[in-house]
Design a protein around this ligand. Structure first.
Ligand code: PMP
Ligand code: GLN
Length: 380
């Protein structure tokens, strides 16, 4: 048995959801929305199942979905993409990440990771034979500097794995940070794998900037998206990978032996969904922003120090000023004694973690958020 996986604990999302089920707590841990997703998109999937779109679709994805992804990114992010050579459909962003790391890393290659990082990254990098080099980000701004990059890039750096917007920090790397990263990648010949699954979930009028829009990264980056986050359908697992043709060639080789394809009925529905007008995307953002504001105000009232949430379904509190520096113990007490499940952010670090930050998912109905706030009032 391979120790990288044999010795892994169960993912923190499953652990906290399980504790919430056992205790009957309100689950603001694992990131999934209450919103059932757009009914017309779900209807399309149902029709596609019934009308018989149920056999293997083409390995690279349904042509109409690859075209829809290219059109969507042209409209929303001003990217010019060739759907034939630069777009592939995967079974969620997770498959895309696993495939990209398998395809791009040779054992011994170094991979730059920014912690806090999504919990799937490190095991996948290690299993692909990569040697992790960590840049540590801290609240409240969660940004990196030129010195941080200079300390981790070496001639062995092959891949940089970045998540923007960043889960769990709920922050966005500004253009100047991506430019800086681009300069380092160019100098060291590294490829960026950019997990942009939260690209549509950005607030306060912000617009997403893809790594593919940075000139120095256009042909040395893999952009990963997910229909799960775009349509509040997290269980659908339809991912999009975009990369220059030379990179895409090798990514497709990993995909063909990981899953080969992704359910065609879901692909057809997502192709339809991506053509929705700007009103849908603005409405989704506005709804979530309203939930964020409601929950933020309640947390402040309950006495928490709240960190800014610029994107994602998440908002963080920093407990250091309350003298609390054990986020895991805090979350256990929170679920057991106060009936609210949250995620300790230290779970997203591999070394020298930040241990005072706790993440809540606010993508919930008002009554759920208000119910949780009623319980959180008694914490301090
Ligand atoms: N990357 C990040 C940063 C995520 O937050 C998530 C899910 N929340 C994923 C990847 C997984 O996406 P998918 O469900 O499409 O595999
Ligand atoms: N991405 C979601 C989160 O950050 C959960 C995904 C999962 O359960 N693996 O909460």
């Amino acid at each position: 048995m391979n120790p990288i996986f044999a010795d892994l604990p169960t993912t923190v999302f499953e652990v906290m959801s399980q504790m919430a089920r056992e205790t009957g707590a309100i689950n603001l841990g694992q990131g999934f929305p209450d919103d059932p997703g757009p009914v017309d998109v779900r209807q399309k999937a149902a029709e596609a199942v019934i009308s018989g779109w149920n056999q293997y679709p083409p390995m690279m994805g349904l042509p109409e979905l690859r075209q829809a992804v290219a059109d969507h990114y042209r409209h929303h992010q001003n990217l010019t993409l060739d759907p034939q050579q630069e777009v592939m459909i995967t079974s969620g962003a997770t498959e895309a990440l696993a495939g990209a790391l398998m395809a791009l890393i040779e054992p011994g290659d170094e991979v730059v990771l920014f912690q806090p990082m999504y919990d799937a990254y490190l095991p996948l990098v290690l299993r692909a034979g990569g040697v992790p080099r960590f840049v540590t980000l801290r609240p409240p701004h969660w940004r990196f500097t030129e010195e941080d990059l200079a300390a981790v890039f070496t001639p062995k750096t092959r891949v940089v794995l970045i998540n923007n917007p960043l889960n769990p920090a709920a922050s966005i790397f500004p253009a100047e940070d991506l430019d800086l990263l681009g300069r380092f990648c160019q100098r060291f010949g590294a490829t960026v794998v950019s997990d942009e699954v939260w690209e549509h979930v950005v607030f306060d009028g912000r617009r997403h900037l893809s790594v593919l829009a940075i000139d120095s990264l256009r042909d040395r980056a893999v952009k990963i998206g997910s229909a799960g986050k775009i349509f509040s359908l997290t269980g659908w697992k339809v991912g999009f990978v975009v990369a220059a043709p030379a990179i895409m060639k090798v990514l497709s080789k990993a995909h063909q032996f990981l899953t080969f394809t992704t359910p065609p009925n879901l692909q057809a529905a997502v192709a339809y969904g991506l053509t929705k007008d700007d009103g849908y995307f603005a409405g989704m953002r506005a709804d979530l922003q309203r939930s964020r504001d409601l929950f933020h105000a309640g947390l402040v009232q309950a006495g928490f120090r709240v960190l800014p949430s610029a994107a994602t379904y998440f908002i963080n509190v920093d407990l250091a000023s309350a003298g609390i520096n054990d986020d895991v113990a805090f979350c256990k007490t929170l679920v057991a004694e106060h009936g609210v499940a949250a995620i300790p952010v230290s779970a997203f670090y591999a070394q020298t973690p930040v241990t005072s930050v706790v993440r809540f998912c606010f993508a919930k109905k008002d009554e759920t958020l208000n119910g949780a706030l009623d319980r959180l009032v008694n914490v301090f």
